[in-house]
Design a protein around this ligand. Structure first.
Ligand SMILES: [Ca+2]
Ligand SMILES: [Ca+2]
Length: 241
């Protein structure tokens, strides 16, 4: 009983103290100002859906790396590929690209994207407006071919905007295009993936395409079905938040 009354009295005194601080001037001309904390702003989320369609006849495409960034590029034509890109292009391993220092936020594809199949990968970031989006994925019935999007600017995309385009195919330049069974990891060959040796030109370039045994390269594990003389991916990017 006594404790309850004591508590009420304490609360009353505390209220009076606050009133006094805000209402009197302590004998000077200065008024005390009681600061009311501002409400914490809600986090701003920037989200994008990236839909990929494999346009090829016979090239499974490795789980894509989709990344948001504000600087850098995944590759530069005429320059050496990063080791992360080399691994992706030779073995389909996207983990290095997703963990690249420039990446603000990244998301990998769920699995191998078979010819004709599509997949939507959602990528988002909180409280930092991303300036660029990049994508990279391997054509797995090749030595080191990859496709993707390199530092596409996002600054013109408002909520609900979509953009669609097809992608070219590049040679990482980190593995000779022997097309031999022992060097191609995809189902057409089942050979080796990443090898740290760089026995190609060590520069990224547009891919010249595969030759295949149908066109007389007897050592090739590939046929005309694995050719990719046309664009290899259809990409649709939609800003969803
Ligand atoms: Ca190559
Ligand atoms: Ca290599």
């Amino acid at each position: 009983m006594f404790f309850t009354q004591y508590k009420k009295l304490s609360l009353l005194l505390a209220s009076l103290t606050i009133f006094t601080l805000s209402g009197c001037n302590n004998g000077s001309d200065k008024e005390e100002v009681v600061m009311t904390p501002l409400p914490t702003p809600a986090p701003i989320v920037y989200s994008y859906d990236v839909t990929l369609v494999n346009l090829t006849q016979g090239q499974p495409i490795s789980p894509a790396a989709v990344v948001l960034h504000n600087e850098g590029k995944l590759w530069t034509i005429g320059e050496s590929a990063s080791v992360s890109l080399e691994k992706l292009a030779e073995s389909g391993d996207n983990s290095g690209v997703l963990a690249d220092a420039m990446v603000l936020s990244g998301q990998g594809g769920a699995g191998i994207l078979l010819p004709g199949a599509s997949e939507t990968i959602a990528v988002s970031i909180t409280d930092t407006e991303p300036m660029m989006l990049s994508i990279a994925a391997m054509l797995v019935n090749t030595n080191d071919a990859f496709t993707g999007v390199n530092a596409m600017l996002l600054n013109n995309m408002s909520m609900g905007d979509s953009v669609s385009f097809t992608t070219n195919t590049y040679d990482a330049g980190t593995e000779k295009n022997s097309e031999m069974m022992a060097t191609i990891p995809g189902p057409a060959a089942g050979g080796e993936g990443f090898n740290a040796e760089r026995d190609d030109i060590d520069k990224v370039a547009m891919h010249a395409g595969i030759v295949s045994k149908d066109d007389g390269l007897m050592q090739s594990a590939l046929t005309q079905a694995e050719r990719f003389d046309n664009p290899t991916l259809m990409v649709t990017i939609t800003r969803t938040n």
